[in-house]
Design a protein around this ligand. Structure first.
Ligand SMILES: [Zn+2]
Length: 253
């Protein structure tokens, strides 16, 4: 597995929200260095053409007045794109990026999200002819409404936002859903960790993230390939964030 990230994601002055707090990226990267060893890969910023595949000209124009946010969000989308490209080479990848993307629709961003990172990466692969189908599994505590919106014109995109009252039901529901699905060309994960017991979602424990990662790896194996990547979304309880990401990656790698 490879970790896609960039030193610029450690900057905190692009926004003032829960995703941009100091130390959040560093905690994750430190945990992944210990969990690995996985090679770290630098992304390039998404191009205007990449962004236009998922967002309206009016929305993109609205960000021109905020160059710092646009630059970092473009790099975050580029991180998702790089992770997706690695996945296509058969190398699972995890992109540690911010701002997150799953609440960014074609027309607007909210919930700390600017560009629809996962959706833009998949649309780029689709445009190149590399894939015709994709499974998106969003494990963030919040529904990835932006991803749903951006991919809504693509019948080959299947999006899961598992929801259950408790952790046992959640894991069973995910397993069931994955078993019922046909093979897809690639698996993309909106990897939010705010469903953790001490975070806003108050549901999953550290080992559950391993179980989720492993279930996704097994789904890929049943599909006959290793094409999977994950992109960081939420996750705000810093004392456990590093070990939760590492636990997911242990199962996913
Ligand atoms: Zn969330």
């Amino acid at each position: 597995m490879k970790v896609v990230t960039h030193p610029d994601f450690s900057s905190t002055d692009y926004a003032d929200d829960c995703a941009s707090v100091a130390g959040r990226m560093e905690i994750i990267l430190e945990a992944l260095k210990v969990e690995g060893p996985w090679a770290f890969v630098l992304p390039e910023a998404a191009t205007d053409a990449d962004l236009r595949r998922g967002h309206t000209p009016a929305y993109l124009a609205s960000l021109v007045g905020n160059p710092k946010l646009h630059a970092l969000a473009s790099l975050a989308a580029g991180g998702a794109i790089r992770a997706a490209e690695l996945a296509m080479e058969g190398e699972p990848a995890f992109a540690v990026v911010r701002p997150p993307g799953h609440h960014a629709s074609r027309h607007a961003g909210w919930g700390y999200c600017v560009y629809s990172n996962v959706a833009l990466a998949l649309l780029k692969l689709r445009a190149s002819g590399a894939i015709t189908s994709a499974l998106v599994v969003d494990i963030d505590a919040h529904t990835g409404d932006g991803t749903i919106d951006v991919l809504s014109d693509w019948p080959g995109a299947h999006i899961l936002n598992p929801y259950a009252e408790d952790r046992r039901a959640y894991l069973a529901l995910l397993e069931q859903a994955l078993k019922a699905l046909p093979p897809m060309d690639i698996v993309a994960v909106s990897a939010g960790f705010d469903a953790y017991l001490e975070d806003v979602g108050r549901k999953l424990d550290t080992m559950d993230f391993f179980m989720i990662g492993r279930a996704l790896r097994q789904y890929c194996r049943r599909s006959g390939h290793e094409r999977r990547f994950a992109v960081l979304e939420g996750g705000y309880y810093l004392p456990a964030l590093g070990r939760n990401v590492a636990s997911f990656c242990r199962g996913f790698a």
